[in-house]
Design a protein around this ligand. Structure first.
Ligand SMILES: NC(=O)c1ccc[n+]([C@@H]2O[C@H](COP(=O)([O-])OP(=O)(O)OC[C@H]3O[C@@H](n4cnc5c(N)ncnc54)[C@H](OP(=O)(O)O)[C@@H]3O)[C@@H](O)[C@H]2O)c1
Length: 443
């Protein structure tokens, strides 16, 4: 194996002056921050040698501390003497093709690409192992928070059965602004102005970004390989100021929560295929929950282990510098010859069905008998109302009120709301949110 291609430790012998050459593909927010940290920290055993980007001339900077080859030819960089390829362009293609080419050549790869790892992580890790390289992606979930290394090293000795988290900083920023009184559109605009939200925020607000991350965590924490399209994702767009007012009355607030837990039932008689209860969406969280303390673009992940109990990770889940810290940490782990603990995982099926209390907000044109009709529809599915809340001061032709229901399956509630949703008094479709209990049952 040539010196520059070796991804085993270059630091085992302090007298060993070999370095691993590093090529960055994608010199955007994170790529530039990685280069900045490498130049600043100058980690032993690593040398930045190549930077690739399309139209590279406009990307050149004058602060690099070492000679670097700037290129707009990906193949040239992939076939260079760089031993580690750092993929920071994002997206499935051509990033996936570049990573496969690098791994096939026996190089190691570091990436922050959650989309690609959620969709093809298993296959790419197998490819890396078969060619003697490594694939690390500590930055792919929760940016600068070491959740993935924490799971792979610090918690590898536990048997994790549940993972819950605030995995999308954009949604957390918007919802914590709304908690402080802003309307959704205003909070979104501010997030866009500050660079926390894309011009098209769908990936974030609809929960798609978070469920890609949940898919990755499910595999690493629970050993369960799930397909992200199977995870039900709820949007934060229908949440209004009124929901925060009612949540407060219930001593709760609202956060976008991603949640996966191993079910005690397998996927079918005798199949032995594990089943994962997984869902992403806005939920009511008790004010006493650590999730309620998470504000702005922060991320937070709580891992529940059979032996170790709850472990909380929190911090900056995104941004160039925090994310680059995770990338550089992966690079340094490679330079030090650390091998991630191999994750034993198997295919699992997903169900979004969880037995939890729910919050249901109705907006109606008032008339006698509405509550009895709603209660009837719920009762026909065996669902009991826990509380009824109606704040004064709203017009009778657009009256918001809330019912909370005792723990019931998501599917029974959907059937009830399909029926109740046909009532002529409804001005808009009922909004239902799960209520996250501190001790939400496992299994
Ligand atoms: N930003 C964060 O906070 C964050 C957090 C966690 C993970 N990540 C992940 O990190 C990765 C990079 O994110 P980022 O925020 O740094 O994105 P970014 O600012 O858009 O940077 C991507 C860079 O890659 C270049 N690029 C994209 N496609 C290319 C192609 N086909 N050929 C050549 N160059 C290409 C872009 O060039 P142009 O300038 O020409 O478009 C840009 O310079 C993504 O996978 C993202 O999901 C980001």
């Amino acid at each position: 194996m040539s010196e520059s291609k070796s991804s085993s430790s270059v630091l085992e012998n302090p007298a060993d002056a070999r370095v691993l050459k590093v090529a960055i593909l994608g010199f955007g927010t994170v790529g530039a921050s990685v280069a900045r940290i490498l130049c600043d920290v100058q980690p032993r055993g690593l040398e930045l040698t190549h930077i690739f980007n399309r139209n590279v001339a406009r990307k050149r900077v004058d602060w690099l501390s070492c000679p670097v080859m700037w290129s707009e030819d990906a193949e040239q960089v992939l076939h260079s003497d760089a031993g580690i390829i750092v993929e920071l362009a994002g997206g499935l293609d051509p990033a996936g093709k570049w990573i496969r080419t690098a791994l096939e050549a026996g190089k190691s790869v570091v990436t922050a690409n959650k989309k690609l790892i959620a969709a093809h992580g298993v296959e790419l890790e197998q490819l890396a192992a078969s060619r003697g390289g490594q694939l690390l992606y500590g930055a792919a979930v929760a940016g600068g928070i070491p959740v993935i290394p924490g799971l792979r090293q610090g918690l590898a000795g536990d048997k994790c059965n549940r993972i819950e988290g605030i995995l999308n900083g954009t949604c957390n920023f918007i919802l914590s602004k709304m908690e402080a009184g802003a309307e959704f559109a205003e909070a979104l605009q501010e997030a866009q102005r500050l660079g926390f939200a894309e011009a098209d925020p769908t990936e974030d607000v609809a929960g798609y970004d978070a469920r890609a991350k949940l898919t990755i965590l499910s595999r690493i924490a629970l050993g369960a390989e799930i397909e992200f399209e199977q995870v039900p994702a709820g949007s934060i767009v229908p949440i209004g100021a009124i929901d925060f007012a009612y949540a407060r009355e219930l001593k709760c607030t609202i956060r976008q929560i991603s949640r996966a837990q191993l079910s005690s039932e397998s996927s079918g008689a005798g199949t032995g295929i594990p089943r994962v209860q997984a869902t992403v969406g806005p939920m009511l969280v008790p004010e006493a929950s650590p999730f309620a303390w998470s504000r702005g673009t922060e991320n937070m992940v709580i891992v529940t282990g059979k032996y170790g109990g709850d472990t909380v990770f929190s911090g900056h889940g995104a941004g160039g510098h925090p994310t680059a810290v995770a990338v550089v940490s992966d690079l340094m782990a490679m330079a030090h010859g650390s091998r991630a603990v191999a994750v034993a995982s198997q295919r699992a099926t997903v169900t979004g069905d969880l037995s939890l209390r729910h919050y249901i907000r109705f907006i109606v044109k008032d008339r006698p008998g509405i509550v009895a009709e709603i209660a009837g529809g719920l009762a026909r599915q065996g669902i009991n109302i826990g509380a009824l809340l109606q704040r004064p001061g709203y017009p009778e032709d657009r009256l918001p009120f809330v019912v909370t229901v005792e723990p019931c399956s998501t599917s029974a509630l959907k059937r009830a709301l399909d029926e109740v949703g046909k009532l002529d008094c409804l001005i808009e479709a009922p909004l239902q949110l799960q209520i996250l209990e501190p001790e939400s049952p496992i299994g």
